[in-house]
Design a protein around this ligand. Structure first.
Ligand code: WQD
Length: 348
């Protein structure tokens, strides 16, 4: 049994404090809400490079309590050190990283510096502050194009792009750290395809620019900001020929982070789990679901396959369920409805 290094703090015995790096971003802001609901104290540090400026105000409106948020860059070591010096922190959930496959191929060094050097600097500041509980945001992209489906955590790991490699390198850094220093408790969460938004419509995925990912792109077709959906390939070996993915509602994902954190703080030890639903949906199924949500037919055109894409990637979430008691509860229609509600509020 791992040494449980969580000790109730003098100023608020029983209340645990968690630092969210990238906590104003898409997954981070939803995890903030889930943590507050679970009774945690939460501190955000975010450089707002991929987050709405008024996210802290929106979170304050949602949770009814003051938001502690530092607008700092993870690479600014003195700023990160100051946060640890000013707040007794029990654990860190690390979201702050660049995450676009396409962008990573044009700026690999930026990805390695942000994602790998950023993690190493954070770990050094955590060790200096004697904080050894970390939940790490990883991705199904570390599976490359999986041999067997659904994907289990012991599947072969590989990647064809710099972004995916940074996630692989970070996972190796963390596994070596735990191997040689038993004080560390690490939860590695491999997200499949996070989509949707909080049901209030107050927080959601950043919608600036032209999205790479499917649901935010469909959302902009639904608002009329984009003319039609490009369906990248309809000749895959799937039920309707279009790509199949394991979409998971962002609030299910957020709640999965709370379960991972509890596992670490309760001293049950480190884990690596897939966070997916175990159910895949095709591009056309997603499009149909969004048409129901927005109440109109959405135009699309079949295009050639996107380089690097595979036909089907679906998680086997059995390990997350057995280890953490994780089970995704929200279905595809809820994902589309909450995404559409977020888009409508954004347009007001
Ligand atoms: C889903 C399906 C496309 C857009 C990526 C990253 C992964 C993770 C999640 C960070 C595929 C098709 C898409 C469009 C389409 N991100 N599609 N038209 O590629 O599974 O995963 O995002 O961790 O690392 O690789 O997600 O949403 O881009 O694509 O037809 O305009 O939708 O071909 O089949 P993907 P996606």
């Amino acid at each position: 049994m791992k040494q449980n290094n969580w000790i109730p703090r003098k100023d608020s015995p029983g209340k645990r404090a968690v630092l969210l790096t990238g906590g104003a971003g898409f997954i981070g802001s939803h995890t903030y809400v889930a943590l507050k609901q679970a009774g945690y104290e939460v501190i955000i540090v975010d450089n707002f490079s991929n987050a709405l400026e008024d996210t802290p105000e929106r979170l304050q409106q949602l949770t009814g309590s003051k938001v502690i948020c530092y607008a700092d860059d993870l690479l600014d070591r003195s700023a990160i050190r100051r946060i640890f010096d000013n707040h007794p922190i029990d654990a860190v959930i690390h979201f702050a990283a660049k995450k676009s496959v396409a962008e990573s191929t044009t700026a690999p060094l930026v990805y390695y510096e942000n994602n790998v050097s950023g993690l190493i600097g954070l770990l050094e500041e955590m060790r200096r502050a004697s904080v050894f509980n970390l939940v790490f945001s990883s991705s199904a992209t570390v599976y490359g194009s999986p041999e067997t489906l659904p994907v289990r955590e012991n599947a072969a790991l590989s990647s064809t792009n710099p972004y995916g490699f940074t996630k692989l390198v970070c996972e190796n850094v963390l596994s070596d750290l735990q191997k040689f220093d038993p004080r560390w408790n690490v939860g590695i969460l491999r997200y499949f395809n996070p989509v949707g938004a909080h049901s209030s419509g107050l927080i959601g995925e950043s919608t600036t620019g032209i999205p790479d990912n499917l649901m935010p792109y469909i959302a902009k077709v639904a608002t009329g900001e984009l003319p039609f959906l490009r369906v990248f390939g309809a000749d895959y070996d799937t039920l309707d020929g279009t790509g199949v993915r394991d979409y998971i509602h962002v609030m299910d994902l957020a709640e999965g982070h709370v379960l991972s954190l509890e596992e670490l703080l309760d001293g049950a030890g480190s884990h690596i789990v897939n966070l997916g639903t175990g159910r895949g949906y095709s591009v056309l199924e997603m499009l149909k679901s969004y048409e129901t949500a927005c109440g109109r037919t959405l135009p699309y055109q079949v295009m050639p396959r996107r380089p690097g894409d595979v036909g089907e990637v679906v998680a086997d979430p059995a390990n997350a369920n057995a280890l953490l008691g994780f089970e995704a509860k929200r279905d595809l229609d809820h994902m589309s409805k909450t995404s559409w509600n977020w888009m409508l509020q954004r347009m007001d």
